[in-house]
Design a protein around this ligand. Structure first.
Ligand SMILES: CC(C)[C@H](C(=O)O)[C@@H](O)C(=O)O
Ligand code: SF4
Length: 788
């Protein structure tokens, strides 16, 4: 018995999705099995706390792997003795220590600060072979999409879902739409996958992939190295997609082979047979197809405060005077003001202050090789105040040092740092000062992203490195390379010389792989995993019997008669809803003042917070319960559940907008907040005037209607999935509901042990017997190499 709803040709996404269905309920909502769960310190404390309060365990510690990355300083760890003395920022220290306490008490494998394998959560998964083709991978982090480069279905989740996955090893999901991004032809010399993905986002916008899983295909994609593919999928989330995927091929299998957690021997052969079936069938239907000509892409950078503000380096800063759409025009004006740029300025003439080479997008070994090739034999320009290179993981750092890349950077004037998220987000000491302009290889250029009032321009590692050498943006194709003998440098799309040393560093005796597999695996057995396609009918009383309280103390949502506040903005990202400095809490509450912080507050002459005239600071909207947003894509960007927590703390109970970022939309429901999608025309015509006038809106969830306070029905039927409505109306806890399906989960696990035996073992196979107690970094290479 298989769980394929269509008998016809399927996409890569459909295949991976189908292979993980544990159960489908009568409302069409799916329970998917999760193979790999990555955990970091920012989005996990409240999840662990929820488990503890409900006396629950982490169901599959072997499918879970944790590290610390966002909060940690990236200065040398040579004198590291303990976290207490090393992490100076109190709230950062608390988050890391809380994670350490939690992984200990729940038994979760963990790469801490003295472990050379520590690094950015999306770097370590692939590096260890924890990420495998065809798996489902989740993490409380939006850039989980990175792992889709392996043909896995990988997406970011909120903290409530982190708790759900820990408790049940499953997630409740609706099927996404299929979107194909087809790249025809070959990339030009000097054009990297970062240029390509920025170009794509520039074309389709940050809401372009909303509701979709995006598959990238075409010769240009096949020609990319695994690392370059990861950079592309990493930024699928910036295009609004739930996930990005690339079909696994021989390059993928070669990359995976020999990694510490990759299947070995016969299990690898068995896995290979399955992995080779993971491609989109001829004739499979996509809901959307976008075709991009590779030859049209030239090195690309961003000019504004959204990743969609991308332009070829030969272009000029856009002119709002030429924009006719009023929402776009005012967005553009604000972006130019924030970025301190004049319309029509040639991009190449813009001077920069700092360079950041790092982040989960571009801090793998190939990225560092590319950047080192550019800077070799050159010095930083005089106007550069600081340039830092931050490897994605301790192993990337060791590999780079082995190749001498650290020396090349140091000689050119760059700083050579320890692994972490660093200046990508600035939750640690690496931040820009107000007004500073940075050439950055990261993925988000939102207001305040790298520091209050800081200005971020996104680009490839080679372009960022070149900007540092020249002091302003330049076309990498105009840069003069010197002494270019760095191994496997790839400034064009094709790269060789994968990081075999990283693999070697961890080669050890083959661990015992739980396996009962026979040599012969029937091809069709591998295509579809049998699942029990039964429909469970749970009554509300069954669910209420469940021991767990709603993680966030959810109240039932029935009818809301609330004051509406107008917000005339598009692409309001979760960084703007709740900036990074408020993510360091280990609680779900206390975020009221952080809501829209940069918009609600400015500094007075004494450096104290002073309220601006932002709508929520003005009466009567200080008491608003409904937010009426006129622009698309509210809540795009990061997976931080702190966004709905902050809205809830302020008193907002429902948000009406033309469209929402997928993760935010999901997170809202988990917290009893109702996001409602309504056409922009209707919002502008019916809701916005009421909100502007300080009127109330009456939202009736059971009947799915919205009225004004005089009882006039404005919308007779708004859309909401039945399961979500059911949970909201009854104030139900997802985990409790899922645990009622234990029978289906264990049945799936039994089949998985058999058919996908190569996934067993997981992070339990990691060794922790030789972690140095104190220093990590350059000096520990021998320890790593010889003993592990
Ligand atoms: C902290 C985390 C929730 C966040 C994300 O989800 O992306 C962060 O990694 C980011 O890049 O903004
Ligand atoms: S996007 Fe930046 S902050 Fe987020 S996980 Fe990646 S490196 Fe860390």
């Amino acid at each position: 018995m298989t769980f394929t709803e269509s008998t016809g040709p399927r996409t890569l996404y459909d295949k991976v999705f189908d292979a993980h269905v544990v159960h489908k309920d009568e409302n069409g909502s799916y329970l998917l099995y999760i193979d790999r769960h990555l955990v970091h310190e920012v989005t996990s404390p409240q999840a662990f706390e929820g488990l503890q309060n409900a006396d629950r365990k982490v169901r599959r510690i072997d499918c879970t792997l944790a590290t610390c990355d966002h909060n940690i300083p990236t200065e040398s760890r040579k004198n590291f003795t303990d976290i207490d003395s090393f992490i100076k920022q109190t709230d950062s220290r608390l988050q890391v220590k809380t994670l350490e306490k939690n992984v200990k008490s729940f038994g979760v494998p963990y790469f801490g600060m003295t472990d050379p394998r520590q690094g950015i959560v999306h770097t370590i998964g692939p590096e260890q072979g924890f990420t495998l083709p065809g798996t489902t991978v989740v993490c409380g982090d939006s850039h989980t999409s990175t792992h889709g480069a392996f043909g896995s279905l990988a997406f970011g989740i909120g903290t409530s879902e982190v708790e759900h996955v820990m408790a049940t090893q499953t997630i409740i999901q609706a099927r996404s739409k299929n979107m194909l991004i087809k790249i025809t032809g070959k990339l030009n010399h000097g054009v990297t996958s970062k240029d390509l993905i920025l170009h794509i986002i520039g074309e389709i916008g940050t809401a372009g992939g909303t509701g979709c899983v995006m598959e990238f295909s075409g010769d240009a994609i096949e020609a990319l190295s695994m690392e370059a593919r990861m950079s592309m999928c990493n930024m699928a989330i910036e295009a609004g997609a739930r996930a990005g995927m690339i079909k696994p091929d021989e390059k993928t299998f070669e990359y995976v082979k020999g990694r510490p957690l990759a299947p070995k021997g016969k299990e690898f052969e068995k896995a290979l047979k399955y992995w080779r079936t993971l491609n989109t069938d001829e004739g499979a239907q996509f809901d959307h197809i976008v075709t991009i000509k590779a030859e049209d892409v030239i090195p690309t950078i961003t000019w504004g405060t959204s990743p969609q503000d991308a332009l070829p380096i030969s272009g000029s800063v856009p002119d709002p005077a030429k924009e006719t759409d009023p929402i776009k025009k005012s967005g553009m004006e604000r972006a130019l003001q924030y970025m301190g740029l004049e319309p029509n300025t040639p991009l190449k003439s813009i001077k920069i202050d700092k360079v950041f080479i790092g982040s989960c997008t571009n801090a793998r070994i190939e990225d560092l090789r590319n950047a080192a090739a550019v800077v070799k034999g050159h010095k930083l320009a005089d106007n550069i105040l600081q340039a830092m290179v931050v490897p994605g993981s301790g192993l990337v750092k060791l590999q780079a040092e082995k190749e001498g890349l650290d020396q090349i950077f140091l000689e050119s004037g760059f700083e050579w740092r320890e692994a972490g998220c660093s200046m990508c987000l600035g939750m640690n000491p690496d931040i820009l000062q107000p007004g500073e302009r940075c050439a950055s290889t990261s993925n988000r250029n939102f207001e305040g992203r790298q520091g209050a009032l800081a200005r971020t321009h996104l680009m490839s590692p080679a372009m960022a490195a070149a900007a540092g050498i020249h002091g302003h943006f330049i076309d990498i194709r105009d840069h003069e390379y010197k002494d270019n003998d760095i191994p496997a440098v790839a400034v064009s799309s094709e790269s060789e010389g994968e990081d075999t040393l990283e693999k070697a560093a961890y080669e050890h005796d083959e661990p015992t792989q739980p396996s009962d597999s026979s040599d012969e695996v029937a091809e069709d057995e591998l295509k579809d995993i049998p699942v029990t396609h039964a429909v469970a009918k749970l009554s509300v009383s069954d669910v209420k019997k469940s021991k767990a309280p709603a993680a966030s103390g959810m109240q039932p949502f029935l009818k809301l008669d609330g004051l509406a506040a107008p917000l005339d903005k598009a692409n309001v990202d979760t960084d703007a809803i709740i900036p990074k400095q408020f993510l360091k809490t280990i609680k779900r509450t206390g975020l009221k003042n952080g809501l829209f912080y940069e918009l609600r507050f400015e500094k007075d002459a004494n450096g104290k917070d002073k309220e601006t005239d932002f709508v929520l600071n003005v009466n009567p909207w200080r008491k608003a319960e409904v937010l009426v947003v006129t622009g698309d894509n509210f809540g795009c960007g990061s997976s931080r559940e702190h966004a709905p927590w902050a809205l809830k703390d302020f008193g907002i109970k429902s948000i009406i907008a033309p469209s929402f970022g997928d993760i935010f939309y999901n997170n809202s429901f988990k917290n009893g907040l109702l996001p409602i999608r309504i056409d922009q025309d209707v919002i502008l015509e019916k809701f916005y005037p009421i909100a502007k006038a300080g009127g109330n809106l009456v939202i009736d969830l059971p009947s799915q209607t919205i009225s004004d306070s005089n009882g006039n029905v404005l919308v007779e039927h708004f859309e909401i999935e039945t399961f979500r409505k059911h949970c909201l109306v009854n104030g139900l806890d997802d985990i409790g509901i899922t645990l009622q399906k234990e029978e289906f989960i264990s049945k799936y696990e039994a089949k998985r042990r058999d058919i996908y035996s190569f996934l067993e073992g997981g992070s339990k196979l990691l060794r922790f017997d030789n972690i140095p107690k104190k220093a990590v970094g350059t000096t520990t290479f021998d320890i790593v190499h010889e003993k592990w």
